[in-house]
Design a protein around this ligand. Structure first.
Ligand SMILES: C[S@@+](CC[C@H](N)C(=O)[O-])C[C@H]1O[C@@H](n2cnc3c(N)ncnc32)[C@H](O)[C@@H]1O
Length: 217
């Protein structure tokens, strides 16, 4: 599908500088947030990190656990593999995961949920792959009052500049991933409509970032 190919291409093209960039734009807080997310799935013997990117989440996870990451981007996975040779990495789509039913204790997603094309399909898959009462922890950017304003600017006022600097595909991808962000209430509703119970929400960076913990019902 075209949008997934674009996602994979974009992340592969930025993969070499991704970690430095992410550290900078999160004021070096990303690892703390990921650790907070990992605390929510502590004790998991099999951990699946969806949209694992360069593998930072798995690198910080319990080395005793079976750690597996999937991603659409081969470029990101190659870097992940170099960093964590004990982890398993698979080029796969979150919406159609190549894992057995009830095979996994916990699933994490760091900065991925809003990139998913069909979130209901992903949640259906997550529910299938997780064991009963398995845990799902999602770290992402909250939709806040500035989001619609930013989208308006990007769609209309600074669109020509964006198209020149990044090209149409990347620019539309940036807009879409902003538009696709959810506030915690919206995320909670989606999770609950798909067979998960939300157990905790934690906020960071003045509420711009959230970590939502849920359990398969
Ligand atoms: C913003 S990066 C986050 C990477 C990493 N989790 C982190 O926190 O640094 C989003 C990642 O999700 C991946 N991704 C997006 N849609 C996906 C899908 N449907 N299936 C698997 N991976 C996906 C992208 O390729 C990209 O590597």
């Amino acid at each position: 599908m075209k949008r997934k190919r674009i996602t994979a291409d974009i992340f592969s093209s930025v993969s070499r500088h991704y970690d430095i960039f992410l550290n900078l734009i999160t004021f070096r807080k990303i690892k703390d947030w990921q650790m907070t997310m990992l605390k929510e799935v502590e004790g998991a013997k099999t951990l699946l990190d969806v949209g694992t990117g360069t593998g930072e989440v798995l690198l910080q996870a319990d080395p005793q656990a079976l750690r597996v990451g999937i991603d659409l981007s081969l470029g990101m996975l190659k870097i992940a593999h170099k960093k964590c040779s004990d982890c398993g990495f698979v080029l796969a789509d979150a919406e159609n995961m190549p894992f057995k039913t009830s095979s996994c204790d916990a699933i994490t997603l760091s900065l991925v949920y809003r990139h998913l094309h069909n979130r209901d399909q992903f949640l259906k898959e997550a529910r299938r792959v997780l064991k009963p009462e398995g845990k799902l922890a999602i770290l992402d950017i909250n939709k806040f009052w500035l989001t619609p304003l930013l989208v308006f600017f990007m769609k209309f006022l600074i669109k020509p500049l964006g198209l020149i600097l990044f090209g149409r595909e990347k620019w539309e991808f940036f807009i879409h991933s902003l538009e696709n962000s959810l506030n915690e209430e919206e995320l909670k509703r989606e999770l609950e409509a798909n067979g998960f119970k939300v157990t905790k929400t934690q906020k960071r960076l003045f509420g711009i970032v959230y970590i939502v913990s849920a359990q398969r019902i």
